[in-house]
Design a protein around this ligand. Structure first.
Ligand code: NAD
Ligand code: ZN
Length: 323
């Protein structure tokens, strides 16, 4: 057992750094020394208790990078000393989704099994005699974490862990949403709602795909400098306009953009993003996360002429293959 520090979420909104015990990896598991972790808004959703199958107390964090400390019986994919990124979407390699090159989802994931415990329904974390739950099976806000073997990607030994941790969620999610999910074409127009880590990565993906116009939308104008540096051609604040932002975007582009992205996690901006892409060939990709159990209602006429509305998890990327 390793004793180390971790940020423990005890109850909604209540996070504190504690000394925790991390049990050794069981068969088919890997214990990782986490060297760097990012913070993604999905951690915040977890901390609010608004994700499905969540139980407090748990250790958040899902955008980390580290070094394998020890391996359980039968593990062959990695060995102690390897640099790795824990995957918040696993890749068992065997289920029908994993075998389908068009899917990046795995049926052996925490979406189909309780995400608070490892697949054998037990936890490797405890604190003050209490069992602490896992989060998305990765829990990177701990100095050491234990994950199933099929939820790690081995990375290059020279990779700087404080930078590549962003591949674990934010960067892959945004960049992949533009490249894989929307399949942005050269010369096209794009609108990106929300300029956090995810939205800025969408801007980078649109630019890399050759978009000619990338309109960045955020209510925080402090985000605009970075967005422009990364490729945004226009930056607009919905609060500067009297009319709905979808009307502003439609006027700016004639018919609406070719591709729109929602990277906020808000019902109204999801509908605004959908209405901002053109009614015939427009594609809207929903990346933001709403509270579990939320419902959204739209006028179906929005889709009648041919608009496409899609979701994207981790940018449609199979990280184990991409890294
Ligand atoms: P973030 O909090 O860093 O950024 C959100 C941005 O949205 C901020 O810049 C904020 O100013 C802006 N914003 C808030 N309300 C707005 C409004 N009404 N209009 C315009 N802009 C507004 O978040 P993030 O870490 O970049 O994550 C964004 C969303 O993506 C979250 O909902 C997160 O849970 C989700 N997410 C999804 C996936 C996935 O795989 N689908 C992966 C990671 C994150
Ligand atoms: Zn995330």
């Amino acid at each position: 057992v390793i004793r180390c520090r971790a940020a423990v979420a005890w109850a909604p909104g209540k996070l504190s750094v504690e000394e925790v015990e991390v049990a050794p990896p069981k068969a088919g598991e890997v214990r990782i020394k986490i060297v760097a972790t990012g913070i993604c808004h999905t951690d915040e959703h977890g901390l609010k208790g608004s994700l499905p199958n969540m139980e407090f107390p748990f250790i958040p964090g899902h955008e980390g990078a580290g070094i394998v400390e020890s391996i359980g019986e039968g593990v062959t994919a990695v060995k102690p000393g390897d640099k790795v990124i824990p995957l918040c979407i696993p890749q068992c390699g065997e289920c029908s989704f994993c075998r389908n090159p068009e899917s990046n989802f795995c049926q052996k994931s925490h979406f189909s099994e309780p995400q608070n415990l490892l697949p054998d329904k037990t936890s490797r974390f405890s604190c003050k005699g209490k069992q602490i739950h896992h989060f998305l099976w990765v829990s990177t806000f701990a100095e050491y974490t234990v994950v199933p073997e099929y939820t790690v990607a081995k990375i290059d030994a020279a990779a700087p862990l404080d930078k590549v941790c962003l591949f674990g969620c934010g960067f892959s999610t945004g960049y992949g949403a533009a490249i894989n999910t929307a399949k942005v074409k050269p010369g096209s127009t794009c609108a990106v709602f929300g300029l956090g880590g995810v939205g800025l990565s969408i801007v980078m993906g649109c630019k890399a795909a050759g978009a000619s116009r990338i309109i960045a939308v955020d209510i925080n104008k402090d985000k605009f400098t970075k967005a422009k540096e990364l490729g945004a051609t226009d930056c607009i604040n919905p609060r500067d306009f009297q009319k709905p932002i979808q009307e502003v975007l439609t006027e700016m582009t004639g018919q609406g953009v070719d591709y729109s992205f929602e990277a906020i996690g808000n019902k109204d901006t999801m509908i605004a993003a959908l209405a901002s892409c053109n009614m015939s060939t427009g594609v809207c990709v929903m990346v933001g996360v709403l509270d579990s159990g939320s419902e959204i209602s739209i006028d179906p006429t929005l889709l009648l002429i041919g608009r496409t509305w899609k979701g994207s998890a981790l940018g449609g990327i199979v990280l184990k293959e991409a890294l």
